[in-house]
Design a protein around this ligand. Structure first.
Ligand code: IPE
Ligand code: IPE
Ligand code: MG
Length: 247
């Protein structure tokens, strides 16, 4: 691990604990090559697994990837269907390998609604299978929206307050965190977005309050572990102040 990090100019003492990625640009990648948009999604698989292997090499503990947003249902039915089947196949095809490498696979997002039962079952099986792993927690934000997450949390807070199990006067930031989808997940230190878009697109709204943001023009299917290392080197040059000033 030390060798790989040093080789890439990464300081092991300052590896981010959690990197969140918006895997964007699959459609444009395919269009530029005269392929179908869905070929771009398929090509994103290699990008993801190379990046995961890079994360394992440098000892990153948490990585969260945006795989399908609550807004992505607005796409043509064919593409939505492809993405559902694709994620199912990807899990089935890769989970043994991830498990063997010590990766804990988790999901965050709305599980009900329009996610096919078949996909939900694979998700739950994969979470169960890899629940004991601790090297890297790879979270798929799937049918995920930051506002949906907050709305779902507020709803549960209101329910618990009405039931008398939560004192409304005591609701603070810590309470809200407990009602997010993944309360034990540390906030991302670094958020990476590919494809040259400078927006958040409803990703991890609460959690990225103090994340460092990194944007690259690279399209997701071209992203590799070296791209992750580049983002981390950039992150390691930053000065995180959290509202305070240098003493
Ligand atoms: C990101 O690539 C993948 C998903 C949203 C599922 P896009 O499909 O958004 O690709 P572009 O942004 O249209 O190029
Ligand atoms: C964000 O990308 C969602 C995922 C990568 C899954 P989009 O391509 O959906 O975001 P917008 O529409 O450009 O904001
Ligand atoms: Mg996009």
């Amino acid at each position: 691990m030390r060798y790989v990090a040093e080789l890439h100019g990464i300081h092991l003492e300052r590896i981010p604990e959690h990197v969140a990625i918006v895997m964007d640009g699959n459609g444009r990648w395919a269009q530029r090559k005269g392929l179908k948009r869905t070929d771009g999604h398929a090509a994103g698989e290699e990008a993801l697994f190379d990046t995961v292997n890079g994360a394992l090499e440098i000892g990153l503990r948490w990585m969260t990837v945006y795989a399908f947003s609550t807004e992505n249902w607005r796409r043509p039915l064919d593409e939505v269907r492809f993405l559902m089947n694709f994620n199912e196949r990807l899990l089935l095809g890769r989970r043994d390998e991830l498990h063997a490498k010590g990766v804990r696979v988790r999901f965050m997002g709305r599980r009900g609604g329009r996610v096919p039962g078949r996909v939900r079952r694979i998700i739950e099986d994969t979470e169960k299978m890899t629940a004991g792993n601790r090297k890297l927690t790879l979270t798929f934000a799937f049918n995920y929206g930051g506002r949906a997450e907050l709305a779902d949390g507020v709803k549960r807070i209101a329910e618990d307050a009405a039931a008398g199990t939560l004192d409304p006067k005591k609701v603070d930031e810590k309470t809200i965190r407990r009602y997010l989808y993944r309360p034990d997940m540390p906030d991302p230190d670094l958020m990476v977005r590919t494809s040259g878009e400078f927006r958040i697109s409803n990703y991890l709204l609460w959690e990225i309050a103090y994340s460092e943001l990194y944007f690259t023009d690279e399209l997701w299917p071209d992203f590799r572990r070296e791209s992750l290392f580049e983002a981390i080197r950039d992150f390691q040059k930053r000065d995180r102040r959290y509202g305070a000033i240098e003493e």
